[in-house]
Write a protein that binds this ligand. Structure first.
Ligand code: TRP
Length: 354
């Protein structure tokens, strides 16, 4: 028995502006995982075509995600930062996975149903196959750990199903090579080529909700810009949005229980706690009994303190794109080399002549 080497992989789509929800929910986790791990962080530009074919300014959208990674503290020399389309092996493996995955599996994907909406016949084939490409993104590096939001859990389960079916269907072929390793899945021994990916979902990351409606997720597609704090917002915008954030007329409770049924209050306390790296209970111990007129300015100060160094570094990186472009080019090269090692073996396992 042995184990796959731990490889952390995650991806962010280059669509719309990054906001506080993306930062607290994803990017901050990517930063924390760097210590002691081999991490690969990808701007998934090919995924961006699935819902909308033509994008206004794709190159700068790609750069701005990479800039957010770097500005937040991801080290592109120790780890890999690149854009998906620079590594054609993702698409190559995705094709094989399209043949591994079953239509019945894809039909259960709730995100496809949500994104396709009522007129499913008009959704792109790419949107349908999206989770298969996502599995390829991870497994082309034989990735083992994937920090994502809760909404991506089902896609990761599908990635495990795909990996398992590949391992079992090609078991004889894998045995003839020395690429496989013996693992246990549940209690079953499996001679596997692909690892069973694990989601890294928990941790301090809160679900960051809209500033206008505490029951909806903060989202880049919300028509109201007041609903979210964008990573590129300046101090004035952050301050205005927090001051205008919806609240109820009561003050802050001293105990977590008092946040029940008060989604807006809960959200603002959650954001404060996440930004301060404290628990909600600790925040309430400090602010319990206070009015929002006291809490909101404190939240503005904290948000500006945490975000402004990131924002200004992002602006600096975006003002002369040559540095970001060099990082992406270098990351792409290193990612390609690793992905090609896997694909050579996969082609061999499948039986393709090459
Ligand atoms: N589907 C992910 C999201 O929308 C983005 C993504 C694409 C991804 N490929 C991935 C995330 C691989 C993790 C691993 O958030």
């Amino acid at each position: 028995m042995s184990e796959f080497k731990k490889v952390v992989f995650s991806g962010v789509q280059p669509t719309g502006n990054l906001h506080l929800g993306n930062y607290l929910g994803a990017i901050r986790k990517f930063v924390a995982l760097q210590e002691g791990n081999d991490c690969i962080y990808c701007v998934v530009d090919m995924h961006a075509l699935t819902a909308q074919l033509v994008h206004e300014d794709m190159p700068n959208q790609i750069r701005s995600i990479a800039a957010a990674f770097i500005a937040s503290g991801i080290d592109p020399e120790k780890h890999i930062v690149f854009n998906q389309s620079a590594v054609p092996q993702h698409a190559e493996l995705a094709w094989i996975f399209n043949c591994v995955a079953r239509i019945g599996w894809m039909n259960r994907m709730t995100q496809f149903k949500d994104k396709a909406g009522k007129d499913r016949e008009q959704a792109s084939l790419g949107l349908y196959a999206y989770p298969s490409l996502m599995a390829a993104d991870i497994l082309v590096y034989r990735g083992t750990h994937v920090p994502v939001g809760d909404d991506q859990k089902q896609h990761l389960e599908l990635a495990r199903d795909i990996a398992m079916k590949f391992n079992l269907d090609y078991a004889e072929h894998i045995r003839k090579t020395d690429y496989g390793i013996d693992i246990t899945v549940g209690n079953e021994p499996v001679h596997a080529y692909f690892p069973m990916v694990e989601p890294l979902i928990d941790g301090p990351a809160p679900r960051v909700m809209s500033l206008r409606d505490g029951t909806k997720k903060m989202s880049k597609s919300d028509p109201s810009d007041l609903s979210r704090i964008n990573l590129m917002d300046d101090e004035e915008a952050i301050s205005k949005k927090i001051r205008k954030a919806k609240t109820d007329p009561e003050g802050l409770p001293s105990e977590i229980d008092g946040l029940k049924g008060r989604p807006e209050a809960d959200n603002l306390v959650g954001i404060y706690a996440a930004l301060a790296d404290r628990s909600k209970a600790e925040v309430l111990a400090e602010f319990g009994g206070q009015q929002f007129s006291v809490f909101k300015p404190a939240l503005v100060d904290l948000a500006v303190n945490v975000l402004s160094p990131i924002t200004s570094e992002m602006r600096r990186l975006m003002s002369d794109t040559s540095h970001i472009d060099a990082i992406l080019r270098n990351g792409g090269e290193r990612a390609r080399a690793r992905a090609e090692v896997t694909m050579k073996e996969v082609r061999d396992i499948v039986g393709f002549l090459y």
